[in-house]
Design a protein around this ligand. Structure first.
Ligand code: GLP
Length: 238
């Protein structure tokens, strides 16, 4: 694991975006794993501004809320359209998210895994980190070999994401369909970006703590090609 400390959020975001851009330019048909959350908004703004082409790229998002229709402004597909897909030349047929509206979520999880496999696996997976230690929506005690399936969200996570739901954590969906920890670890390269003082403790536990299912992000310690990009505030406890 390589820790990449940056003096501030702007530089951490810019460096992460440049890394993705470089991978896209080197391999236009990159299979790129995408993440959501406030931290990623500026990464996508940089990618849009860079003018890099997504025309031959295939993307797989980490997760989607269960029960939010695609046109709901808080669904992750809406987030992705708003921040990235509507502003780049990506083929919408190759921009994949788990189907949180599927009547059979177990089957939808298996279908998502099959689509990733058909695409040849994920070359580069972008990750944020939740205050509960989640990557994707792999809440504490997710199996370290888990695959795409639905998870119940913890009160911590629903509170953390309430801002996007008018500040009301009870409006945040109770479940999400998420890639598993095992799915994420199968990616050929991982880049985790964390910014801000609220992430300092969990970053330290993920990076320096014991490998434990209590902190799903600690599983990245097992990956052989993983960068953790942190600004000074998120690195404060390292
Ligand atoms: C959501 C996503 C996670 C992301 C997290 C961080 O919970 N499912 O993949 O890491 O948000 O959010 P933020 O960047 O807003 O702190």
């Amino acid at each position: 694991m390589e820790i990449v400390p940056c003096p501030d959020r702007q530089r951490a975001v810019a460096l992460t975006a440049r890394l993705i851009e470089a991978r896209l330019r080197a391999k236009p048909n990159l299979v790129l794993g995408l993440a959501t959350g406030r931290t990623m908004e500026e990464v996508y703004a940089h990618l849009v501004a860079s003018g890099v082409s997504f025309a031959h790229c295939t993307t797989f998002n980490l997760d989607e809320y269960v029960g939010l229709p695609p046109d709901d402004p808080n669904s992750y597909i809406s987030y992705m359209r708003h921040h990235l897909f509507d502003h780049v030349d990506i083929d919408p047929a190759r921009a994949n998210l788990p189907d949180g509206m599927a009547p059979d979520l177990t089957a939808a999880g298996a279908a998502y895994e099959a689509r990733i496999a058909e695409a040849g696996g994920i070359d580069l997976q972008l990750l944020g980190i939740g205050e509960s230690g989640h990557i994707g929506f792999n809440e504490p005690l997710s199996a370290l070999r888990s695959r795409t399936r639905d998870k119940i969200l913890t009160p911590t996570t629903r509170g953390q994401n309430a801002g996007m739901f008018g500040g009301d954590s009870s409006a945040v969906p109770k479940r999400a369909l998420t890639m598993g920890v095992g799915t994420i670890l199968d990616s050929r390269e991982l880049v985790l970006l964390a910014s801000g003082a609220s992430k300092a403790k969990v970053v330290a536990r993920a990076v320096e703590g014991p490998l434990t299912a209590r902190i799903s992000a600690s599983a990245i310690q097992m990956h052989t090609c993983c960068k953790v990009v942190v600004d000074a505030d998120a690195a404060a406890e390292l």
